[in-house]
Ligand binder design. Sequence first.
Ligand code: GRG
Length: 260
Amino acid sequence: MRYSLQAGGKRLRPVLVLAAAELFDAEQRVDPIPAAVAVECIHTYSLIHDDLPCMDNDDLRRGRPTCHRAFDEPTALLAGDALLTHAFFLLCDAYAAQPSLAVALCRELAAAAGSRHLIGGQMLDLLGERSAVVTDAMLRQIHAGKTAAMIRASLVLGGLIGGAPPPALAGLRDGGACLGLAFQIMDDILDATGDAATLGKTPGKDAKAGKATFVSLHGLEASRRMAEEQSTAASRAFRSLPGDTTFLLGLVHYLTTRTH
Ligand code: GRG
């Protein structure tokens, strides 16, 4: 668990939790850190399991051998399971004094990580590999689940902790969905153009495995345009939020111009 969690990574999702919480409660009356860690635990579990031989069978993650390569397959499976479980322990434990907040956080995170989003998206991805045609609509549905749902949930968790009112939570959801898609399109672009040393993971695997990506479906230029469109829509949604959105808007810009 520590090996994979402490390997690094961009920490995007926890940063989104903190940034969203700060928009509504700059004094941090409720500590957003346990929720930020919980989100990173779920994300790291999904990467460990995604790298397993029965899934993507990858050797490199976050610039290191994948968990099952550094240890073994059963250990990696259990490390992922334990990180998933620990995320919900953290939320229940850290926010026990505010039971309605703890329930709202668990509900949001469980929905994003469950069969309708993260795991459902992964299943659709596996089915897509076996299907002759993957359309743009199918690809968007896969990544709305696999990638965007956790990015959106991170923002909503932050908003809930900061005490955001329902219209602002809706703004975080809308912006998060667009940011998540922009992030995935950029991931596909980097996968097609980057190298292992910069990315810290094996590039070009999806294309080699004949898996549909935004780049394989639309080409590089159109994919760049699509990422830009989604990033503009995310910025528009975030601009409608109260508080100082400078950091969040800067993050959107960074994510759509990033090199790794
Ligand atoms: C339950 C057996 C079982 C498996 C679950 C849900 C799942 C497997 C896999 C989905 C995980 C996945 C690879 C999602 C794609 C999202 C994505 C682009 C991940 C990479 O995120 P970054 O770039 O990674 O933020 P770092 O390392 O920087 O945190």
